[in-house]
Design a protein around this ligand. Structure first.
Ligand code: UDP
Ligand code: MN
Length: 249
């Protein structure tokens, strides 16, 4: 049987949220045997996300947990100061451990709401036995980062930023078998992980580099891009609102 792909997406309210989730949902609609776990960074589930999930017709689980105030990025903080989506991804892991059991077949992929995903990526994810890896485009100050492969084994990483990280792999660059997560109930993302070490904090308790399964033609194809959406300017919006001329939909 084909394993279910559990796509875990943390998301939070901002002007572009709906656009991001429409785009991502319309990618996921093309994938069979997929279960979307959307975890809102909010004190409660929002109508916007609830409606979007129902309209997508995808099998989904809708969760929420607010990032503790002391860990939340302020408007003025640089975007790299605090890790983002950590508690949300951990809640998804907890949900999977409470609602799935060995030997349920599945693969877990952490898909942020703003990246760009090729449909071909999901064919690669599907065959994950333990932990699979592949290149990620537009990340780490490079056109791409990627695992280096020799004789179908990962022997190192092409990366420039903090190359000594145990697993210098972006969140979008790996998938984990559900069975491995169930067999390692303590494995989770560390909210206090140093910048760049979030992925390592999970992967270290699951695999060694030698065990990684290279996908995407031995990590020679880019099938996911770490795109980021520009924050829209709202100058005119604010002016109109101030004049009482604002419009709502
Ligand atoms: N995110 C979140 N709460 C936040 C900031 C981000 O849940 O306060 C989510 C966001 O929607 C995305 C993921 O966490 O799915 C990663 O955030 P972002 O894309 O801003 O990180 P970057 O790509 O800059 O590393
Ligand atoms: Mn992002």
């Amino acid at each position: 049987e084909t394993p279910v792909i559990y796509v875990v997406t943390p998301t939070y309210a901002r002007l572009v949220q709906k656009a991001e989730l429409v785009r991502l949902s319309q990618t996921l609609m093309h994938i069979r045997n997929l279960h979307w776990i959307v975890v809102e960074d909010s004190p409660s589930k929002t109508q916007l996300v609830s409606d979007l999930l129902v309209q997508s017709k995808l099998p989904f689980t809708h969760l929420h947990t607010e990032t503790p105030k002391e860990h939340k990025r302020k408007e003025t903080d640089p975007n790299w100061l605090k890790p983002r989506g950590v508690e949300q991804r951990n809640l998804a892991l907890q949900w999977l451990r409470e609602h799935r059991k060995l030997p349920d077949a599945g693969v877990v992929y952490f898909a942020d709401d703003d990246n760009t995903y090729s449909l071909r990526l999901f064919d690669e994810i599907r065959s994950t036995q333990r932990v699979s890896v592949w290149p990620v485009g537009l990340v780490g100050g490079l056109r791409f980062e990627r695992p280096l492969v020799e004789n179908s084994r990962v022997v190192g990483f092409y990366t420039a930023w903090k190359p000594n990280r145990p697993f210098p792999i972006d969140m979008a660059g790996f998938a984990v078998a559900l069975s491995l997560l169930l067999a390692n109930p303590e494995a989770r993302f560390d909210l206090l992980a140093e910048r760049g070490y979030l992925e390592s904090s999970l992967l270290q308790s699951l695999v060694s580099m030698e065990e990684l399964e290279p996908k995407a033609d031995n990590c020679t194809k880019v099938l996911v891009w770490h795109t980021r959406t520009e924050k829209p300017k709202m100058k005119q919006e604010e002016l109109l609102q101030k004049q009482g001329l604002g419009s709502d939909l």
